[in-house]
Design a protein around this ligand. Sequence first.
Ligand code: COA
Length: 208
Amino acid sequence: MRIVIANASHIKYAQIISDTITESAKVRGTGIAKRTPEYILKRLQNGNAVIALDGEKFAGFCYIEVWGHNKFVANSGLIVHPDFRNLGLAKKIKERIFKLSREKFPDAKIFGITTGLAVMKMNYELGYKPVTFSELTDDPEFWKGCQTCKNFDVLTRTEQKMCLCTGMLYDPAAKPKATDKKEVDGKVFKRLKSIKEQLFLKKKNKDE
Ligand SMILES: CC(C)(COP(=O)(O)OP(=O)(O)OC[C@H]1O[C@@H](n2cnc3c(N)ncnc32)[C@H](O)[C@@H]1OP(=O)(O)O)[C@@H](O)C(=O)NCCC(=O)NCCS
């Protein structure tokens, strides 16, 4: 398995990356924004993405996006092809894209929003902390990226204050405390997710 910084030689993978994201969104049913092949194509060529390949076969992908005039970067679009899941690949991709983000944008805060326990776990281990959306970028272009998520109406209804996703942030200026835990409590996260689903999705159904 090779995990490399993507370049123009990888544009042939734009379609399968887009399809894998769409399929995963259908299966998971929540919290994954769709990305067109054209959108992925740009990310494959700008030196800000990581691709994992098993020989010539697509295995995984993640990209960096820059927001708020380089003050924030997001590590977005993490996807592992179903054939390569539960092998520790996402963890390796996340570590590589985090390293690339720190090298290219050393002063930027790194953030992500996710509904996935796997991603929360990995972010925690890298030193991210859960935060409210108000601590993330207010760049409207970032939030526009949520338009293709099936929960977008929740984000609109709460005036972008909260959604099913949890915001997580790595602040390079924050000094880690000796007491900082490096493990996420899966039970607490599942409970939080279930409370959010009850609050937001029930209300949504009532409104319909
Ligand atoms: C989420 C996803 C990227 C995980 O990829 P993966 O290569 O199977 O993950 P890894 O094997 O590297 O596992 C990393 C950690 O997450 C945990 N994990 C993996 N899948 C999980 C799941 N469905 N639920 C809870 N934890 C999970 C693993 O146990 C591991 O934790 P550990 O280090 O404590 O053992 C992959 O399932 C995927 O592409 N899903 C669809 C797209 C998606 O959800 N993307 C994230 C959008 S925010």
